[in-house]
Ligand binder design. Structure first.
Ligand SMILES: [Mg+2]
Length: 215
């Protein structure tokens, strides 16, 4: 997967976040402060602008790692609340993990996603079951590593990644939140999908779609 696939991922993530902006904001209205969709949409729109501004004639062609670093830096600058720093950390750690590679294979992408998860957990101090984006990201990275270890194709490994993230987001519905603003609600947080897990599933679904379209 080259820089074009990563650019297509982030562009596709921006589109899917925009299409789900109101849905994500409604999820956040139930157990948070009703800004998740609005904030993420603003952040990803800024990322798309920053990616467009990359000079295609630059002496050093851009790399997957640089695209993810730019994504993370832009999100940190544009998205407030908890989501901005957490997603910013995730994309920055993934970008650093990919370093200067021009082409990313499945094990390198798996390592980058593991680095993203570790960064999010370090910053947010959340573990699985706390009803946060960690639930979706951890389940997805685990399913991805397992698929790769079993010799899955790129298509199948990314499908496993996206499917695990979606299932994990839905699985946050019966959980009681133990981290973030939703945790202030105690038992009243039960019965609602976590907005961060939902947006993580959308973003990882966009990765599957972009990689499949690029083949
Ligand atoms: Mg919020």
């Amino acid at each position: 997967m080259d820089a074009e696939v990563f650019r297509a991922w982030i562009t596709s993530a921006a589109r899917v976040i925009e299409a789900n902006r109101d849905h994500l904001t409604q999820l956040d209205a139930a157990i948070g402060d009703a800004d998740h969709g609005i904030n993420l949409d603003r952040g990803f729109a800024a990322v798309v602008g920053a990616l467009r501004a990359l000079d295609p004639a630059a002496a050093a062609p851009t790399t997957p790692g640089r695209i993810l670093l730019l994504t993370g830096n832009t999100i940190i600058a544009k998205v407030g609340g908890a989501a901005g720093p957490l997603y910013g950390m995730a994309f920055r750690r993934a970008g650093k993990s990919l370093a200067d590679a021009a082409d990313v294979d499945l094990p390198a992408l798996s390592a980058a996603l593991d680095a993203a998860l570790a960064g999010v957990q370090q910053l947010g101090a959340a573990v699985e079951g706390d009803k946060t984006m960690v639930d979706a990201l951890a389940a997805a990275t685990r399913a991805f590593s397992k698929a790769i270890a079993e010799g899955a194709s790129t298509d199948d490994a990314l499908s496993a990644l996206a499917a695990a993230a979606s299932a994990a987001a839905i699985a946050t519905i019966p959980m009681q939140a133990r981290k973030g603003r939703a945790s202030y609600l105690g038992p009243r947080s039960v019965g609602h999908e976590d907005p961060g897990a939902a947006s993580t599933a959308l973003i990882l679904g966009a990765l599957r779609d972009a990689a499949q379209a690029g083949q």
